[in-house]
Design a protein around this ligand. Structure first.
Ligand SMILES: *Cc1c(COP(=O)(O)O)cnc(C)c1O
Length: 373
């Protein structure tokens, strides 16, 4: 078979996939209510759970949707009338959770923190201690994809444990690269999706939670319908079918991607990504670019680079130059800084990053941003 043209996506998801993953989608037509398909979903769910928890006591609930669906499912299902959720906002994805809370009318508080520095855990702790009303849930993004900043989930989990708060974590851009142990980190609900470090196709969003929490009796008046976490869990466990049409072919690709993750190993995958990051950082620094550095808190998965302050710089033009040569870069997403983003996740290696850097250098020379040598 001819290989599919290889595009290098330096975007924080969807990421570059292998041809094996792409081809896994070409399967005979099947009705997803058939037993055979139910078994496929069950296997996928158990394997996804195993990445972060013990499938004996934790379960994965799948939705057809992008990553945002999983986060929205948790917030709109787990936070009941009378509950109070504290949302940590230190980037665009934390802000998105606040917008969801607004949309559903959830009783919520926001803990604001600048996007490029570590969370002030002492301030967070004192907020928890001072709150006159009982905070029942805390929602935080593990890896803020806007800056590459990692939030210290372990420390936040410990705080939640001592305050008996349920912890909700958006792990969409860390899952399957950065090791997570839900029990040890005291994470009650975790959101992730198929198209980032899992290196599969977009379209599947999932929630992992303690099975006991998913089985708890729910209020008679839910806030949501399609995204109802408990109904979705219950329906699948009773029927081995999804409530609504799942993205059938995308699930075959996800199964293949999980196989490839197991072959590679999460730690090895993260090492490969880190090697690419080191190559990237050395290269962009050579070109005189500066990036949002959060030192030891940097994920090494995505980097927010300050736009060069030179005459003639235009993101779109740079993007188009690179894109037409097979490399896709991503705009920034910060209110206070002008940045663009380079991610180094997906089925790529430091060799691809080297080729990208050569191309960027050629472009910079052509534009006169740096001198010809
Ligand atoms: C990618 C991402 C999401 C979800 O984005 P979608 O476009 O809905 O897939 C949510 N949170 C974080 C931290 C992300 O990186």
């Amino acid at each position: 078979m001819q290989p599919v043209r290889r595009n290098i996506l330096l975007t924080p998801g969807p990421a570059t996939t292998t041809d094996r993953v792409k081809r896994a989608q070409v399967v005979p037509d099947i009705c997803p209510r058939e037993k055979e398909f139910g078994q496929l979903i069950e296997t996928v769910c158990i394997e996804l759970t195993r990445i972060v928890a013990d499938p004996e006591s934790y379960s994965t609930v799948l939705f057809g949707g992008s990553g945002t669906a999983a986060v929205e499912s948790i917030l709109s299902s787990a936070v009941h009338h009378g509950d109070l959720v504290l949302i940590v906002n230190n980037g665009a994805y934390g802000k998105r959770m606040c917008e969801m809370a607004e949309a559903y009318g959830l009783d919520h508080l926001v803990f604001h923190s600048p996007p490029h520095v570590a969370l002030d855990l002492t301030a967070l702790k004192s907020l928890l201690n001072k709150s006159r009303r009982k905070i029942t849930h805390l929602a935080v993004v593990h890896h803020e994809t806007t800056t590459g900043l990692l939030n210290d989930i372990e420390a936040i989990g410990a705080l939640c444990r001592s305050h008996r708060i349920h912890l909700i974590v958006d792990a969409i851009s860390s899952f399957a690269a950065i090791p997570i142990d839900m029990r040890e980190m005291n994470i009650h609900y975790l959101a992730a999706s198929s198209n980032k470090n899992l290196q599969a196709m977009p379209g599947i969003s999932f929630v992992i939670a303690e099975t006991e929490l998913l089985e708890r009796k729910q209020p008679s008046q839910p806030r949501n319908y399609y995204l109802n976490l408990h109904a979705q869990y219950r329906f699948f466990s009773e029927t081995r079918q999804t409530r609504f049409t799942p993205p059938v072919q995308t699930l075959y690709a996800l199964k293949q991607a999980i196989e490839e993750l197991k072959e590679e190993g999460i730690e090895q995958r993260y090492s490969r990504y880190q090697k690419s990051w080191e190559t990237l950082i050395a290269g962009v620094t050579r070109l005189g670019l500066k990036y949002i550095a959060s030192d030891h808190l940097h994920s090494k998965l995505v980097t927010s680079i300050f736009e060069p302050n030179v005459e003639g710089y235009n993101f779109k033009e740079m993007h188009d130059y690179l894109h037409s040569r097979g490399y896709t870069i991503y705009p920034g997403k910060l209110d206070d800084f002008r940045t663009f983003r380079i991610a180094n996740i997906g089925d790529i290696t430091c060799k691809d990053i080297e080729s990208f850097l050569k191309l960027l250098e050629t472009y910079f020379k052509r534009k006169g941003f740096i001198k010809e040598d």
